[in-house]
Design a protein around this ligand. Structure first.
Ligand code: ADP
Ligand code: MG
Length: 237
């Protein structure tokens, strides 16, 4: 992202954002509510347009529309706070739908891959159930499997554990940690500082639409530069 600006009406939501994320890097984005974390994530797959500046993936500008945009979105997996599974599809169908419809995979191939992914996130035995029959933690792990089924180049997580009961948070973070270790490029908005310490290559701290800190976790947690960051850390740690 180069000099990215974004307004909602008169409100300046992203202020001159400069951010480079390398292949295989895990970047945790933290900051107070309303600081622009979700907006930043959403611009990366063009769920939000930007006013000015540039966003490039693999050296190419984000496509504005049409097939190229659909391709981009297929390459950028997104996992939200609310799991957004298709309620009337089984767990396995949730995972196979994208690969079959968007990637043109054969049903048998998509099925096999879905079973592998559901095993990887620990819900293989739930494959024929419906989302409402699963716990929140299980549903979120299915949402991760569903995103991975598209073979994304990068995964965006926007507060993936914020809606979960405390006892389910770790089962989701464990899946994300293992994904991070597997070399996936990840942008993770989270308040889970244990995850940031464990899995992040970099921590980006946002406040008021700006990136104030962009550093390694050790430096961020022990010696943040800005008062805003110190203040934020004192409230959540
Ligand atoms: P965060 O994820 O850090 O809590 P957001 O990116 O969701 O913050 O929002 C940043 C600011 O932009 C907030 O003040 C929010 O109210 C505003 N905002 C976000 N989306 C919209 C929108 N679609 N229309 C108007 N304002 C918005
Ligand atoms: Mg948000």
């Amino acid at each position: 992202m180069e000099d990215v600006e974004k307004h909602f009406g008169a409100f300046h939501a992203l202020k001159t954002i400069n951010l480079t994320i390398g292949e295989g890097e895990v970047v945790v984005v933290i900051g107070p509510s309303g600081s622009g974390k979700s907006t930043l994530c959403r611009t990366i797959n063009r769920l939000e347009t930007i006013d000015s500046g540039r966003i490039t993936i693999d050296g190419k500008d984000l496509p504005a529309e049409g097939k190229a945009l659909a391709r981009l979105r297929a390459d950028v997996g997104m996992v939200f706070q609310s799991f957004n599974l298709f309620a009337h599809k089984t767990i396995k169908e949730n995972v196979t739908l994208g690969p079959v419809k968007v990637r043109g995979q054969k049903a048998a191939e998509a099925d096999k891959r879905a079973q592998e992914l559901l095993t990887r996130v620990g819900v293989a035995h739930q494959a024929d159930k419906y989302p409402a029959q699963l716990s929140g933690g299980q549903q979120q792990r299915v949402a991760i499997a569903r995103a991975l089924a598209m073979d994304p180049k990068v995964m965006l997580f926007d507060e993936p554990t914020s809606a979960l009961d405390p006892e389910m948070i770790n089962e989701v973070l464990d899946v994300m940690t293992s994904l991070a270790r597997s070399g996936m490029t990840m942008v993770v908005v989270t308040h889970e500082m244990g995850f940031a310490r464990r899995a992040a290559d970099r921590v980006v701290f946002m406040a008021d639409g700006q990136i104030l800190e962009d550093t390694d976790p050790e430096t961020f947690f022990t010696a943040p530069e800005h008062e805003r960051a110190k203040d934020f850390l004192s409230k959540i740690l």
